[in-house]
Design a protein around this ligand. Structure first.
Ligand code: ADP
Ligand code: MG
Length: 399
């Protein structure tokens, strides 16, 4: 789960991390009030969307010469004008895709006199089973570009969670950032606070870009992105409350309500499968037959009629879907029960695209019979290869 920049900053502040003062705003008036609470005379108005690259982004509704989603304002009036410009409009950045994201929240924060910009991120490194702290002197730019053209400017320090953060980790971070004296000490302290926050909140990723050194010698977090391990959210009700569903794909939000694992993809064949491994194999075999899956969807072990119906509705809510392949192995759940569910669901959603079903497992013959006698144009697949061939052919025929 992702959260907004201002929310991540508020969480980090609880761990003692240095953050410029700022306030969130949902309306132009709130943005003005937020600015009035800050010392000035330099303010920064920042669009809050779940995507980076806002500074260089462009608003769809404003001309190509208009400023982006991170704006320096030199007076309260400028803050008001920037807020009016941004709220409700669509910001397109390198991370949003062409459709962009509507800006519904702003963050009004202190303008900082920047001397240097650095990069610091924490990640779960699955290969080593440790926390990786990725540090670079090249802040403020795309880290992917730095990794590509000057990989020597990136240092990775791994921390064993069983041992925890040790003073030498902090020294390594400060050394990688080439900091001396008091700034070196600040970097060591900051690295420790960030590690503590990351572990305490079950973070998945915490990226600070840029971390800045101010002209008066302070290290401050100027921009941050944070995401969390969804499986650990139950331990952090305070974090769970920060979820902004307007930032998520509506079909994925609906799927999570029914405990379905759904991810939208670019193709035109909707897939409904039980088990993640089988779902991956199903997507592969659709591709092998020259078509592309419209989604990954794992209905899980207990594929009840309600779940199957919800899954059909979610698949069909995607206008790109031109056919559906159901591939279910009846192990714990018997095939006849699943077939009943499929028939009931297909009737309820008024299925308008070809449907191929491949069932295997307990009571498979009974299941196939139910599909055949349903009066619905459901095609049975004898095995996975046959089912994939059939759905691809049906979709091609309809096109
Ligand atoms: P994004 O990464 O989405 O473009 P950032 O918050 O990193 O957004 O802002 C882009 C750039 O704007 C930063 O690299 C920094 O140079 C400048 N900036 C951001 N916040 C401030 C601030 N509070 N004071 C001064 N400059 C800022
Ligand atoms: Mg940034």
């Amino acid at each position: 789960m992702n959260i907004h920049e201002y929310q991540a900053k508020e969480l980090l502040a609880d761990f003692g991390v240095g953050i410029p003062a700022g306030h969130a705003a949902l309306t132009v008036e709130e943005a003005v009030e937020a600015a009035k609470k800050l010392p000035g005379p330099l303010y920064v108005v920042k669009a809050q969307i779940h995507a980076g690259g806002r500074g260089k982004g462009k608003f769809k509704e404003l001309g190509p010469d208009a400023k982006g989603g991170v704006r320096l304002a030199k007076s309260i009036d400028e803050v008001r004008a920037d807020a009016q410009d941004m709220l409700g409009n669509t910001l397109v950045t390198v991370q949003t895709g062409d459709e962009g994201k509507q800006v519904n929240r702003l963050y009004v924060t202190d303008g900082v006199d920047i001397a240097e910009e650095y990069y610091l991120a924490l990640l779960v490194d699955r290969a080593s089973g440790q926390v990786a702290m990725v540090v670079s002197t090249e802040g403020g730019m795309d880290i992917e570009d730095v990794a590509h053209s000057t990989p020597e400017k990136i240092t990775t320090i791994t921390i064993d969670p069983a041992q925890g953060f040790m003073p030498h980790h902090g020294r390594a971070v400060a050394f990688a950032l080439k900091l001396d004296g008091d700034l070196n000490k600040q970097a060591q302290k900051l690295a420790k606070q960030l590690y503590e926050a990351f572990m305490a909140l079950d973070g998945e990723m915490l990226e600070i870009n840029p971390l800045v050194e101010t002209k008066d010698g302070k290290l401050l977090v100027l921009d941050t992105k944070m995401s969390f391990d969804g499986n650990a959210l139950y331990r952090h009700p305070k974090v769970e409350e920060l979820r902004d569903e307007t930032e998520e794909d509506p079909a994925e939000v609906e799927a999570s309500k029914h405990d379905l694992a759904y991810i939208k993809l670019d193709g035109n064949i909707g897939c409904m499968v039980n088990g993640a491994g089988l779902a991956m194999a199903t997507m592969d075999i659709i591709k092998l037959n020259g078509a592309f899956p419209a989604n990954f969807l794992d209905v899980g072990g207990g594929a009840t009629t309600e779940k199957v119906t919800a899954a059909f509705k979610i698949i069909l809510s995607d206008p790109a879907v031109e056919g559906i392949l159901v591939n279910i192995f009846g192990g714990i759940m018997k095939c006849d029960i699943i077939a009943d569910g499929i028939v009931a669901a297909a009737k309820e959603v008024n299925l308008s695209v070809p449907l191929v079903v491949r069932l295997e497992g307990t009571n498979v013959e009974k299941g196939k019979e139910i599909l055949e006698n349903s009066g619905l144009p459901i095609v049975s697949g004898d095995n996975l290869g046959d089912a994939a061939e059939k759905i691809v052919a049906q979709v091609k025929k309809a096109a």
